[in-house]
Design a protein around this ligand. Structure first.
Ligand code: SF4
Length: 732
């Protein structure tokens, strides 16, 4: 914390929303303890003194009159289900934290006694990405209880697994280095919408002559600003990457010296790529062979080139293979050798927090199970809540056949759901299955939240949560290389409480006597950093970091970034072979394809279901929301008004169905339907339609785009396949 002249003080915080930028945020607090200003920290090299449009007016959110400020219990006789926006409180009665925690502990104990502890399911994701808020005391609590473990796959698992298979670790081109690139490929990455601190680097690169190429089926803000927008068909990115390899290798544009020194399995990859001729790839992707050749040549002959992948690509059934193939491109061309070259999917591998100490999985041995509990895949929540109760227990299911480690059919039915850091009624796939589950009268649901959401409408108990201004945390990033301390700037609003406080209190009410349940926030931060006797971190690459220096500066780069080193310039690489792996022996040992290949998604224009549902559907994320966060705020909704409840269609598809711009349309598949208004434009290629995610309760149908998405899982990582969806559309 930095003192300035009274009556104000400035506090170092970190934006903990699910965004790669993890901005350093300076909060000005007045003498009454009221935050009066938030600003980006000028001294943080990626934040560069500015915040995005979502967070620039963050105090409107922190002090919003709609904030949840007290524990609430559903009134007797009030059924679960959608509540009118602004009148949700009428369904609940205010109770004290003591009463709430006592009730909750009694309920969890009774559930565990009757059905076994695995009948309790935590459900959380990245509502906050601070280390403590994301997963610390909660993990300890659920391990000690013996509750089901949640396989947190909903966002990034397929891409993350892909990257680790190729490189061993999620590291990438430093964000600051993109300014040195001469060609930038934004592949499934809407940088202008949700990675805005990379944008000034790209602008600087372009001022120095760089070109920006965007590969995305949707004409995002970033695509509209690009030198070349390649509107690829959804789910065909892997084919394009292999087609680029084909051209690069066919024309001898690869970097043989780098390949020889750094890689494993080049001969096998070269053989695989031979089949992906530009003509064949053109037929899948909707591009022309000439475009594929042009892109390959431009990519392979420009120095340096940087690829910014984001997580759009990997949310397809074949997203793991596609991400692997894209990740290999800068290896083939040797782009990693040059400052400003390489690729970035995530930088999160640079932050080796001491997870054993923070999450204490060993506590599972003290649970009634005396072992780690079963895993339930969060991307199949509908199945976990519903289907396992009857027909699919002990049987296979379509999505399980995709190779998920999660088998919701193993073990007891879910009887209690503990939601925090997430809004599954809005964000989980196959929404109607999820909502049917949440409607079960025998399911006890508790939600820890900052606002009423789609999910709180189904809660028995609603508990008020803090924002990042109201608690202390430590944070890495997945879009830069700085460890940052986020200090509490203001007292919690009302009776809002942090995750750490809530689970610590609950543990004590459950009778868990382990000391770790009384750890303070500062102690857990010390454990995350692995602070040794000399006050320094013992985590690899963080040994220069002390808590005192973090408090003083707010942000400290990890060692290799401080030293100006770049990943994958030289070996060894943390893969089994010690090399960058084109060919994965680990996948081969599992009977999986050891090389990247292209298999069209089952749910796509090439699948059987396309006979009934010929259009591919993209349920897009909003530029001005963070998934469903911010969607309840009027200011943010205004910024998203243009595409609110609209279905964007290509003129060819609209005309074929007699649909004109502004017509009401129905979009549906076997899982659900939505009524929207047609917006006939060129934002999507032929055969593709798109609509933006919003809160379900704000839509007249009580659904959002996830009414159409499926619980089928990705080829790697058992992730969600939000972008492998087929639908039909008619005029209403
Ligand atoms: S949402 Fe992202 S860009 Fe916006 S302030 Fe937070 S970290 Fe920065």
């Amino acid at each position: 914390m930095t003192a300035v002249s009274a009556p104000f003080r400035i506090v170092h915080t970190v934006c903990s929303h699910d965004c790669p930028d993890s901005c350093a945020v300076l909060v000005t607090v007045d003498s009454k303890g009221h935050a009066v200003k938030v600003a980006g920290d000028l001294t943080q090299p990626v934040t560069q003194g500015f915040l995005c449009g979502k967070v620039a007016k963050y105090l409107d959110r922190v002090y919003a009159p709609q904030r949840l400020l007290y524990p609430l219990r559903r009134k007797a006789g009030i059924a679960k289900g959608p509540l009118e926006r602004g009148r949700e409180h009428e369904a609940f009665e205010r109770i004290s934290w003591d009463e709430a925690l006592d009730d909750l502990a009694a309920r969890l104990k009774a559930t565990a006694d009757r059905y076994g502890p695995e009948s309790i399911l935590p459900y959380s994701y990245a509502g906050t990405i601070g280390v403590l808020g994301y997963g610390s005391m909660d993990r300890r609590f659920f391990h000690r209880l013996g509750a089901s473990q949640l396989d947190r796959t909903i966002c990034s698992e397929a891409g993350g697994e892909a990257w680790k298979l190729v490189y061993g670790k999620k590291l990438g081109t430093p964000t600051e280095d993109f300014r040195l690139a001469k060609l930038i490929l934004a592949w499934g990455a809407n940088i202008h919408g949700n990675n805005i601190h990379l944008w000034p680097m790209i602008e600087q690169a372009r001022r120095n002559g760089a070109r920006l190429i965007v590969i995305d089926p949707y004409r995002t803000r970033t695509a509209a600003l690009a030198d070349w927008h390649i509107a690829i068909r959804p789910g065909t990115d892997g084919a394009l990457a292999l087609g680029l390899m084909h051209v690069i290798l066919n024309e001898g544009l690869e970097d043989r010296v780098y390949i020889e020194e750094m890689t494993h399995g080049f001969a096998q990859l070269a053989e695989r790529a031979r089949a992906y001729t530009p003509e064949r790839v053109a037929a899948w992707t909707g591009l022309t062979a000439a475009e594929i050749e042009q892109l390959a040549r431009e990519y392979a002959t420009t120095i340096p080139t940087a690829i910014r992948m984001n997580y759009g690509v990997q949310r397809s059934e074949n997203g793991g293979a596609a991400s692997r193939a894209i990740a290999m491109l800068p290896v083939l061309t040797g782009a990693w050798k040059y400052p400003g070259g390489g690729a970035q999917l995530s930088t999160s591998g640079a932050f080796p927090w001491n997870e054993q100490a923070v999450e204490r999985p060993d506590l599972a041995l003290a649970s009634p199970l005396k072992r780690l509990a079963r895993m339930v895949n969060m991307s199949a929540l509908g199945q976990a809540l519903m289907e396992q109760r009857s027909e699919i227990r002990g049987q296979g299911s379509e999505s399980r056949e995709q190779g998920s480690a999660a088998r919701p059919g193993d073990g007891p039915d879910v009887h209690a759901l503990f939601v925090y850091n997430s809004n599954p009624a809005a964000v989980a796939p196959n929404q109607n299955a999820v909502l049917r589950g949440l409607l079960r009268p025998d399911l006890f649901t508790v939600v820890h939240e900052q606002f009423f959401t789609d999910t709180t409408d189904y809660a028995d108990l609603v508990l008020p949560a803090t924002t990042f201004l109201e608690h202390t945390d430590i944070q890495g990033a997945y879009g830069h290389y700085f460890v940052q301390l986020s200090e509490q700037a203001i007292e919690p609003l009302g009776e809002a409480r942090s995750n750490v406080w809530m689970f610590g209190q609950l543990a004590q009410r459950m009778g868990f006597t382990e000391d770790c349940f009384r750890d303070t926030t500062e102690q857990i931060i010390g454990q995350a950093l692995g602070i040794g006797p000399d006050g320094h971190s013992t985590n690899p690459g963080m040994e220069h970091i002390t808590l005192e220096e973090l408090k003083e500066k707010g942000h400290i780069p990890v060692a290799f970034h401080r030293d100006g080193l770049r990943p994958f310039v030289s070996g060894p690489v943390p893969t089994p072979s010690g090399k960058i792996e084109f060919y994965s022996e680990a996948l081969a040992a599992q009977g999986l394809d050891p090389l990247p290949g292209f298999v069209p998604p089952v749910e796509s224009r090439w699948g059987e279901s396309a006979k009934r549902y010929p259009l591919e559907f993209l349920g897009r994320k909003a530029d001005n929301y963070m998934n469903s966060t911010f969607a309840n705020l009027d200011g943010h909704r205004k910024m998203e008004a243009r595409t609110s409840q609209r279905l964007e269609m290509h003129p060819v598809d609209a005309e074929a169905r007699g649909i004109a711009d502004g017509d009401p349309v129905r979009i549906w598949n076997d899982r659900g339907s939505l009524t929207l208004t047609a917006m006939v434009n060129g934002s999507v290629p032929p055969g593709v339609v798109a609509a933006r995610m919003d809160w379900a309760k704000l839509h007249p149908d009580g659904s959002n785009v996830n009414a159409l998405t499926s619980e089928r899982l990705t080829d790697l990582g058992a992730g969600a396949t939000f972008y492998s969806v087929v639908v039909e559309v008619t005029k209403k």
